[in-house]
Design a binder for this molecule. Structure first.
Ligand code: HEM
Length: 202
């Protein structure tokens, strides 16, 4: 019988669901701002700006909670890079998702007390939480305070470049979100990972 493991402490679950709701709010208001015109907008322009800015500030506070939690609790150990043999492990995991899973092979990296994430999960979580999200937050704050941005970079407007960086990382994280939610359905049952993120137990 599989052992029950408590892998999602309360602070992590609060952060995660707050982060998910705020991210979706940012995505919808961001898309509305991007595609609004004088004649039409999905959400009233001024309201979308306010909602986007407020959600951006709150998700930043939540992000610091995540950083603090991972720094000072044992959850941080799951994000530590393992250099030796990592690429090989990653290949094994990718091969499993491409082939093994369809012929009912056993998962190559089952969840244990010391290994919550498989190598692909680890890569995607580290990339999204320690690379993409900080860029999204920093570029977002720069756009709230545009006087901070360098005016001209080799003849191109600094605000324009910052906007481009913000939209591109927002897009990349939205792609991550789709893939993330899909992969979360690949558990013991399609809902088991979602239940774990609600009650804390794997
Ligand atoms: C509707 C939105 C979302 C749903 C339904 C969802 C669902 C889940 C579930 C079920 C888990 C636990 C399974 C696992 O360990 O992989 C999880 C973990 C995680 N999710 Fe999400 N997620 C959502 C949005 C997001 C977003 C927007 C981000 C980041 C930008 C994110 C980052 C993470 C991270 C880093 C973990 C691992 C946390 C840890 O155990 O340390 N999620 N998510």
């Amino acid at each position: 019988m599989e052992q029950k493991l408590y892998l999602y402490p309360v602070w992590l679950r609060i952060w995660h669901w707050a982060n998910a709701v705020l991210f979706l709010l940012l995505l919808f208001t961001g898309l509305s701002l991007q595609y609004s015109s004088v004649e039409f907008s999905f959400i009233d322009f001024d309201l979308a700006v306010t909602m986007h800015n407020v959600s951006g500030i709150v998700i930043t506070i939540a992000y610091f909670m995540f950083l603090f939690g991972n720094r000072f609790s044992s959850n941080g150990r799951f994000y530590k890079a393992k250099r030796k043999g990592y690429i090989l492990d990653l290949m094994v995991q990718i091969k499993y998702y491409i082939y093994g899973i369809f012929v009912h092979q056993k998962t190559p990296f089952p969840v244990t007390e010391n290994r919550k994430f498989n190598p692909l999960q680890k890569l995607s979580y580290v990339a999204s939480m320690y690379f993409l999200l900080p860029i999204l937050i920093l570029s977002g704050f720069a756009l709230i305070f545009p006087e901070m941005i360098i005016k001209n970079v080799f003849g191109v407007s600094g605000i324009h470049i910052t906007g481009l960086v913000h939209i591109t990382t927002g897009f990349a994280l939205s792609v991550f979100l789709f893939i993330h939610v899909y992969f979360c359905t690949i558990g013991k049952t399609p809902l088991s990972n979602f239940k774990s993120m609600i009650n804390g137990w794997h």
